[in-house]
Design a protein around this ligand. Structure first.
Ligand SMILES: [Zn+2]
Ligand SMILES: [Zn+2]
Length: 131
């Protein structure tokens, strides 16, 4: 296997092991244990390439760090407003939403994204957030 495709393969494997939607830096820390000489820039470039090719998803979070998801199944996310972590939100896909909005819009709706915002149990229990 060529060096470049081996790097990409390992980056993909490490991302798919993670359920917590790591940032590029977090993926870099893991990949570096297998490829000690890899650079952060190389990891970034490969992540962008994998996302553009549809092998992984790039999570666009408002004002937050860019995060990556190795799970390509359609699903929603919940983000902690305090620590910024992103987890999967286990909610059935609201497929009627596309239809409903399609009727209100001139667009042909292909899908939607939904991100819940909240305070995670760890931050809440640590008293970092008071109601
Ligand atoms: Zn939190
Ligand atoms: Zn996810």
């Amino acid at each position: 296997m060529k060096k470049n495709s081996l790097q990409r393969q390992i980056i993909l494997e490490e991302l798919q092991k993670e359920k917590n939607h790591p940032s590029a830096l977090e993926i870099y820390e893991r990949v570096r244990q297998r490829l000690p000489r890899i650079s952060l820039g190389t990891v970034y470039r490969n992540l962008e390439h994998l996302a553009a090719s549809g092998f992984i998803r790039k999570l666009e979070t408002v004002g937050g760090q860019r995060r990556f998801d190795g799970d390509l199944n359609e699903h929603y996310h919940v983000r902690c407003l305090y620590c910024g972590k992103v987890e999967d939100a286990h909610l059935p896909i609201l497929s009627r939403l596309n239809h409903t909005f399609g009727k209100l819009s001139d667009y042909t709706i292909m899908g939607h994204r939904l991100e819940f915002l909240g305070i995670c149990p760890e931050c809440r229990d640590a008293g970092k957030f008071e109601n």
